[in-house]
Design a protein around this ligand. Structure first.
Ligand code: G6P
Length: 613
């Protein structure tokens, strides 16, 4: 996690860095800091708390430097404090460093440096980096133009773990060096300015041309130029990538919070996800994939691996692939998958879903699957993200930047994309009646309109939230595809309202959890599958009998008098009902959080992009 930004150009760096940090605050927000090059000296200002505390520091407006680096932190090693916040400097204060990631061997390196006379002021893993750079710099007797780069390179080759690092030095007042390994970092470029950031949206207002670094590639930046080197310091050439997202996509556009804006962006996001995936011949199209009928027929298993919300989208993929393609699918949490010795070989396809494409556990699971001989397919929202560069194949959700920590439009776009993928596989395999597939495709094209219709429940949900925001426990129930939505809805509520909630397969309730049902407890049920609706209603009856309050999200014709509140959503094919049924529940989590006066976009302890294990 953590957000890093950098600037090297002709303008004052400080305001640009502070603006960039504010946009990256979703990545971490317990402390922030900045370092600029000021007439052969390095400035250093740090503060515990939010970026606005940094912006209010006395003297920050006096920073004149046109080169600088900055950081907003999500603490891993060392509690949030001024000392532990970045940038960190070496003992001689010649180098300033910001770092996102974790240095796993920092204890060893700290001991090595201590034995060599270095002292430490923080409890962070990062503080070893500037000192190691200083160590190699002073040991290097050559005095050529690569000396600074050599010191950074040698230091980085000693680091185990993940890192995205920006380094400036008072000894090189016109340069900045950056490098990454398993942590995100992009370089935005204009004629005489270069912008660095952990993600693209934070610097989209300055440029749409980006360089993307691979692991252990070093970039040496001046105002006018970027030179790239591999880990042996051989020069490498890189082309810029033009990113189509526009800057306003990363602004609130009149909404109170990014989350609400992103909920409302879902019709557009889904239109973009569908894009031209369904062609004029009514066939699903994935030009970037080369799966043959023979390959798919030979598959023993598909794994879908992801974390958090993305994993919940994966569950809907399992439903569609198994039903339409008759290939067994296992869905797993990336942090579990990688340590459970999964059975993988060349007859396994592993699909990884990640909005950011930078989630450490998902990337590690992907690398493991490749090593074991599986083909890998990444589904991501971020073009050029780490996961897409590691995978054999990548497809994009095109939902536009998602800023709020709690994922909304990324989830629904992932659900759409993996379900289209299932249809695409079924078309290749000829495993499903063409008429059924055509009906599903028709439903896909209707989705954006139906999402718009569903969003009309906003006021009802807002008022309902006022009546229940003080609940302490909430239960979510569903069967089949509705259970996957129950899981996602429960996560959404926990994440931003801090209300304890759990989700259950409705039929499982009586095997234990029903013991928790008591008078007045809120039970929210999702009912969209006509084959299962009667069964779920029986389960809801069981909780009503025990005094529960009930909210039902449904596209079925029900006897509404049975329940305390019913939200009707449009009918659609079961494969896609999660896209509609989650919307009232996204709104419910949002309005409960607002009622409680919480920070919706930046919930406590969470970060959007989890780049640590
Ligand atoms: C974090 C976020 C979740 C997200 C998960 C996976 O935990 O708070 O909202 O679902 O990471 O993120 P990814 O970028 O891999 O989809």
């Amino acid at each position: 996690m953590c957000g890093i930004v950098g600037y090297i150009g002709t303008k004052k760096a400080c305001p640009i860095l502070l603006a960039g940090l504010s946009r990256l605050e979703y990545r971490g927000y317990d402390s922030a800091g900045i370092s600029t090059i000021e007439k052969n000296r390095l400035s250093l200002m740090k503060v515990k708390g939010r970026v606005k505390n940094l912006a209010n520091l006395d003297g920050i407006d006096n920073l004149e430097g046109t080169i600088g680096i900055a950081h907003t932190r999500w603490a891993t090693h060392g509690k949030p404090s001024k000392d532990n916040s970045h940038p960190h400097q070496d003992n001689s204060k010649s180098f300033s460093v910001v770092h996102n990631g974790i240095i796993e061997n920092y204890n060893e390196l700290r001991k090595f440096l201590t034995d060599n006379g270095y002292s430490f002021y923080s409890q962070t893993d990062t503080e070893v980096i500037p000192n190691l750079i200083h160590y190699y710099f002073t040991k290097d007797i050559a005095n050529d133009e690569l000396k600074f780069l050599r010191a950074v390179k040698n230091a980085c080759l000693d680091l185990k773990g993940s890192f995205a690092i920006e380094v400036i030095s008072k000894l090189y007042p016109d340069n900045m060096i950056v490098v990454r390994q398993d942590s995100p970092l992009v370089i935005g470029t204009c004629e005489d300015e270069k912008y660095l950031s952990s993600d693209i949206p934070a610097i989209l207002s300055y440029t749409r041309d980006f360089y993307l670094l691979n692991d252990l590639e070093f970039a040496v930046l001046t105002r006018n130029m970027v030179k790239f080197y591999d880990k042996d310091l051989n020069k490498i050439e890189k082309q810029t990538q033009n990113i189509e997202w526009n800057a306003s996509a990363a602004e609130k556009d009149g909404f109170d919070d990014f989350m609400l804006k992103e909920i409302y962006e879902q019709p557009t996001a889904i239109r973009e996800t569908i894009g031209s995936r369904i062609n004029l011949d009514n066939k699903c199209e994935f030009d970037e994939l080369q799966f043959t009928k023979k390959y798919l027929n030979n598959l023993n298993k598909i794994y879908i691996v992801a974390c958090g919300t993305a994993m919940h989208a994966g569950l809907t993929g399992k439903n569609a692939i198994e039903k339409l393609c008759k290939i067994p699918v296992e869905v797993d949490i990336a942090s579990e998958f990688r340590y459970r010795d999964p059975i993988i070989d060349e007859k396994t396809l592993c699909i990884f879903i990640s909005q950011s494409g930078e989630t450490a556990d998902t990337i590690a699971a992907l690398k493991l699957s490749k090593e074991k001989g599986a083909k890998t397919l990444a589904i991501s929202n971020v073009i050029g993200s780490s996961i897409t560069r590691e995978a054999d194949y990548s497809i994009y959700t095109h939902a536009g930047p998602e800023i709020a920590v709690a994922s909304t439009k990324a989830y629904t776009s992932q659900v759409v994309l993996i379900n289209i993928l299932a249809i695409y596989f079924a078309e290749i395999l000829e495993s499903c009646d063409i008429k059924i597939l055509n009906n599903i495709k028709k439903d896909i094209l209707d989705l954006p309109k139906k999402i718009e219709e569903t969003l009309k429940c906003n006021e009802i949900i807002k008022n309902f939230a006022k009546t229940i925001y003080q609940e302490k426990d909430v239960f979510f129930l569903g069967r089949g595809i509705d259970e996957t939505v129950a899981k996602e809805a429960s996560l959404k509520l926990k994440e931003i309202s801090y209300i304890h909630s759990d989700s259950y397969a409705a039929g499982e309730l009586k095997h234990g959890p029903i013991a928790l049902i008591e008078n007045g407890i809120l039970v929210i049920s999702i009912l969209t599958d006509s084959n299962l609706v009667k069964k779920t209603i029986s389960n809801i009856q069981e909780v009503i009998t025990r005094g529960a309050k009930t909210l039902v999200i449904t596209n079925q014709k029900l006897d509404k008098n049975m329940f305390d509140k019913v939200i009707d959503i449009p009918e659609t094919n079961c494969f896609f009902s999660p896209i509609l049924s989650i919307i009232p529940l996204q709104l419910l989590a949002y309005y409960i959080s607002k009622e409680k006066g919480l920070d919706v976009d930046k919930p406590r302890n969470l970060a959007k992009s989890v780049t640590v294990e």
